[in-house]
Design a protein around this ligand. Structure first.
Ligand SMILES: Nc1ncnc2c1ncn2[C@@H]1O[C@H](COP(=O)(O)OP(=O)(O)OP(=O)(O)O)[C@@H](O)[C@H]1O
Length: 279
């Protein structure tokens, strides 16, 4: 029998409601035989309602794979990834769309569809609502992310990077999912667009009472948004806690990530007065 590792050390979380996401004893192995390599080894993680959890870890530690498993797009090799009480791999496409919205790293809009059709895609595909209702729902979502009705007919190639992210966010929210997954939400944005997008995410988190799991390498985004951080290292969640507590945890990756020059800047008091949001 496989020995179970201890759950990650939790520096902040208080037990309460059942978790929105519950990852239990997760193993993820790719390849076979001599080629096999294990990305997650008995990984545990819970995300409570209303949290904005930042997943951080070195390159290739399986952050994106974990998001894809929460969306039901990738299966655990062993163990379970449960979303709102149901195994994510059994949600089916529609079940997943109504529970989980995902903002993919590059925005990933359909280049042949205009903005409105991109946003409306999942609702239209469901085929249960009349076209004008789908259209109105998409326009509401566009407004929610700060875009005007006249943007609806634009093509993705004609949008700025910030607008692509907003459209992708509107699309992720079209089915009103309670859980939002963000893969590098501010990657590729200039500092000003990045700040605007962070402010939008924070507003929507409050207004829609979302639970958010985000992967980010960007410390400004992490400190501005996250209520808790989970560090992936050594094939598991090593530690979770409030950003400033986790930053002090003794581990080579954490020291490099938080205490390097960028980390010091992001944690500097002048910055945190403006953007820090800790529980
Ligand atoms: N479908 C797949 N088949 C084989 N290997 C895969 C597959 N998906 C991911 N991997 C591998 O799993 C590992 C983890 O990938 P993942 O993209 O989750 O890393 P990450 O933590 O998001 O990294 P980064 O920060 O660099 O984006 C990588 O080595 C990747 O090549």
């Amino acid at each position: 029998m496989m020995a179970r590792s201890a759950p990650p050390e939790d520096l902040a979380m208080a037990p309460g409601d059942p978790p929105v996401v519950d990852v239990e004893g997760l193993w993820t192995t790719f390849g076979k035989g001599d080629e096999a390599f294990t990305v997650h080894q008995d990984l545990q993680l819970s995300v409570q309602r209303g949290e904005i959890l930042a997943l951080v870890g070195g390159s290739g530690t399986g952050k994106t794979v974990l998001l894809r498993q929460m969306l039901g797009l990738a299966r655990p090799t062993r163990g379970s990834v449960t979303v709102l009480g149901q195994p994510a791999s059994e949600m089916g496409r529609e079940g997943a769309a109504s529970r989980v919205g995902m903002l993919f790293q590059q925005g990933a809009l359909y280049s042949a569809f205009n903005v409105l059709d991109n946003v409306a895609f999942a609702l239209r595909e469901q085929g249960t609502l009349p076209a004008d209702v789908v259209r109105d729902a998409a326009l509401v979502k566009l407004q929610m992310v700060g875009l005007e009705p006249e943007h609806a007919s634009r093509m993705p190639a004609d949008l700025s990077g910030g607008m692509v992210k907003r459209v992708a966010l509107a699309r992720a929210l079209i089915m009103d999912p309670p859980l939002l997954l963000l893969d590098e939400p501010t990657a590729g944005l200039d500092p000003s667009s990045s700040d605007d997008f962070v402010a939008l995410l924070r507003e929507l988190h409050q207004a829609l009472r979302l639970t958010v799991v985000m992967v980010t390498h960007d410390l400004d985004t992490l400190f501005a948004l996250s209520t808790r951080v989970a560090v992936l290292a050594d094939k598991k969640v090593l530690v979770t806690g409030a950003p400033r507590e986790v930053a002090r945890y003794p581990h080579p990756f954490i020291e490099h990530f938080f205490l390097g020059e960028r980390g010091q800047r992001a944690m500097a008091p002048a910055h945190t007065v403006v953007t820090a949001k800790e529980p």
